[in-house]
Design a protein around this ligand. Sequence first.
Ligand SMILES: Cc1cc2nc3c(=O)[nH]c(=O)nc-3n(C[C@H](O)[C@H](O)[C@H](O)COP(=O)(O)OP(=O)(O)OC[C@H]3O[C@@H](n4cnc5c(N)ncnc54)[C@H](O)[C@@H]3O)c2cc1C
Ligand code: SF4
Ligand code: SF4
Length: 361
Amino acid sequence: MGRRGPSELQTQVLAADLCTACGACLGHCPYLKSLGERVAFIHPCPRSEGRCFDVCPRTSLDPESLDRQVLGAPRRHPILGGYDGLYFARARDADVGARGQYGGVTTALVLLALESGMAGAALLTSGTPTREPRAVVARDRDTVLAAAGTKYSACPTLEPLAGLLRESSEPVAVVGRPCQVAAARKVEAREASGRLAPVIGIFCFWALTPAFYRFLEGRRDLERATKLDLPKDGGMTFAVNGRTATVRLDEIRPFIRPACQACFDPTAEWADVSVGSTEHDAAWNTLVVRTARGRDLVERARAAGALEVKPYPLERIPVLEEAVQRKKLRVLDALDAGQPEVAYLGLREAQRAAVRAHGRA
Ligand SMILES: Cc1cc2nc3c(=O)[nH]c(=O)nc-3n(C[C@H](O)[C@H](O)[C@H](O)COP(=O)(O)OP(=O)(O)OC[C@H]3O[C@@H](n4cnc5c(N)ncnc54)[C@H](O)[C@@H]3O)c2cc1C
Ligand code: SF4
Ligand code: SF4
């Protein structure tokens, strides 16, 4: 492959509306900036090759090489990726549980990573769920707690990463959507070996564009909502002043980010641990332990009394797998049709066949 850089990032990703707003390309180039959740060159960059292209999760993604890099082995499962444990879990600290989106597992694990010295700083996404969120570098409990809760848009959380890696030698914890986890692993492979600890992925099937927040500005009844959710029975719910309002999903769908339609990884397959809803009990999370570092983090959290973990109900596993497989199959169909928005994905024929065959008798 020839040299690739800013000009290819512009044509293949930014101009093609395939940017996931992960933020990985920002922070080391004076010409690339974010305006809220929009990433753009503010001036043409004269370089013919560049890190911006290399770290982007939408320039090229090779699942097999990421499996080798992160798991050290081929994936165990064609749909859920590599893992050695699947659980229901929740935070034991009442404050964390109350602020968390579901069981507060992500917040509990970040606090443990900082308090145990495993990480010196954590990259998080903060703000209220009805306004554009912002990336924060957390080093203390209050900042971590303030970042709890899901913001349903694509904040470029990784924007401060380049500066953090440059300016100190401390390990940095990352909490991100699956596209951000993939980008963080590309950064790690290129220039940050051993510096990202731990990487916590949150499940994500789609994120919304900033136009969603403008839609909310026109809905005075919703703008003070403290929590948004996507319950399994449909719609998007808004918790406002002790009551719940529901907006139909067909009103929300027009705000889905175009890049999310081409996304093959809803469960953050290259995280140390991945955390999602249970689609069953809002007080608990689904917890996927993927790496030795992830196992260490979870065991430390259990030993410290920060986390409660129980086996994943066997009858729920097919429900999770079906939801993930459905999203993967849509992307495989786009690959088979030669659609350019999925050309970033370097999937071998055997991997495609394994995804298609899964669950067939
Ligand atoms: C856009 C989006 C869509 C999602 N869709 C699904 C879904 O369909 N199914 C499902 O099971 N789970 C989904 N999730 C994940 C889910 O909402 C919870 O984040 C996850 O289950 C962790 O729950 P928790 O109780 O541990 O979170 P908490 O303890 O509250 O921690 C949440 C963490 O998420 C981070 N965060 C919040 N918003 C963002 C963001 N926009 N980008 C990056 N990081 C963020 C915060 O920094 C915080 O550390 C989605 C998340 C996002 C951001
Ligand atoms: S690295 Fe992330 S923010 Fe930058 S262009 Fe690629 S997807 Fe967008
Ligand atoms: S659906 Fe995929 S591309 Fe879109 S924000 Fe979520 S992880 Fe990123």
